[in-house]
Design a binder for this molecule. Structure first.
Ligand SMILES: O=CC(=O)O
Length: 324
């Protein structure tokens, strides 16, 4: 991978990061476009020594303001979701946009399972309890609920949704899914049941996991009405994008115990401000958008980013161009 990075001439690599990771702008060096939205600041941190030596990091905002210096470039987003990039605008400068599909699927599905298990079995509370209590009986509120045998409703049976389903199958869960198109092959492979109507899935599931892409059609897909359809004992897990869930409605539903709990890898905004109403609730687990944040997956993503950048710079068709 480092070998590939050395060969890069003038790519723009987009690192979605919850914090601004731009440092310096020096057009003599190759450029990295650093976006300020998303999860993948970690990519930059992991590879900072190599990245800083060979690239200039440009925040997305700077790219938007000052594209005139940039030619023969490619924007490669570290991650799958590109909702933070204005693709038609970037394309209008003759710049292609690529992302890193496939390599993120397992890690993201793992985080979904981790959140489900942690919420169901109150793992985070258990950790804090162990650290703060000495030899006391556990309170009744520490009692969790079984994942095995429970019903999981997956909203969005794409590549990541399918990976979640395969894991859920190994946990002996009953699997329901809702997707724009029925996925018969995947359905058979994991023994899942298709719900053409999302309402059916919401009403029957003990755990509802949201795995759809963010688009105008999925923005606030889960709002007060949908939360009210869920069982009072059910848990909402979101590993897609924060905006797919109406967060105000979620706070209200959790406060009023319309649903049992929520476990979120994604929120809006990101990072979630300290003191945000969601963070004050006892029945919520919130992660800082770390679905793909593992050493192995990060390496695979960087590899893919570089491969795509090299393809474009070499005048070839990149394997993962995102078209709108
Ligand atoms: O958030 C993760 C991704 O877009 O891959």
């Amino acid at each position: 991978m480092f070998h590939l990075i050395h060969r890069l001439k003038t790519p723009l690599l987009s690192f979605g990061g919850t914090r601004t990771i731009s440092q310096r702008i020096n057009m003599e060096k190759p450029c990295i476009l650093a976006t300020t939205f998303g999860a993948h600041g970690g990519i930059y941190k992991c590879f900072a020594p190599v990245v800083e030596k060979h690239f200039t990091i440009i925040p997305y905002e700077t790219f938007l303001l000052d594209q005139k210096n940039l030619s023969e470039q490619v924007v490669v987003n570290g991650g799958v979701g590109v909702n933070h990039l204005d693709i038609p605008m970037i394309n209008s400068f003759g710049v292609k946009v690529c992302n890193t599909p496939h390599v993120v699927d397992n890690a993201t599905a793992d985080i979904g399972m981790g959140l489900m298990l942690a919420s169901a079995r109150k793992i985070v509370e258990g950790h804090h309890y162990t650290l703060t209590h000495n030899n006391e009986d556990l309170p009744e509120s520490s009692m969790g609920m079984d994942v095995s045998g429970a019903t999981l409703g997956i909203i969005g049976m794409g590549r990541i949704g399918y990976k979640v389903a395969r894991r859920a199958q190994a946990f002996d869960m009953k699997i329901l899914y809702h997707n724009r198109n029925r996925r018969k092959e995947e359905e058979r492979a994991v023994g899942a049941m298709y719900c053409a109507n999302m309402e059916d899935l919401l009403q029957q599931s003990d755990f509802v996991m949201v795995v759809v892409n963010l688009s105008p059609a999925t923005q606030k897909l889960i709002g007060a009405k949908e939360l009210a359809m869920m069982k009072p004992t059910s848990t909402l897990i979101n590993i897609s994008r924060g905006l797919v869930v109406d967060q105000d409605a979620l706070v209200e539903a959790l406060l009023k115990k319309v649903i049992r709990a929520a476990a979120l890898d994604v929120t809006y905004p990101e990072p979630l401000p300290i003191g945000h109403p969601l963070a004050a609730l006892p029945n919520v687990i919130i992660l800082p958008h770390i679905g793909t944040h593992s050493v192995e997956t990060t390496q695979l993503m960087v590899e893919k980013m570089v491969t795509n950048a090299l393809a474009v710079l070499g005048g070839n068709h990149p394997p993962d161009e995102v078209k709108v």
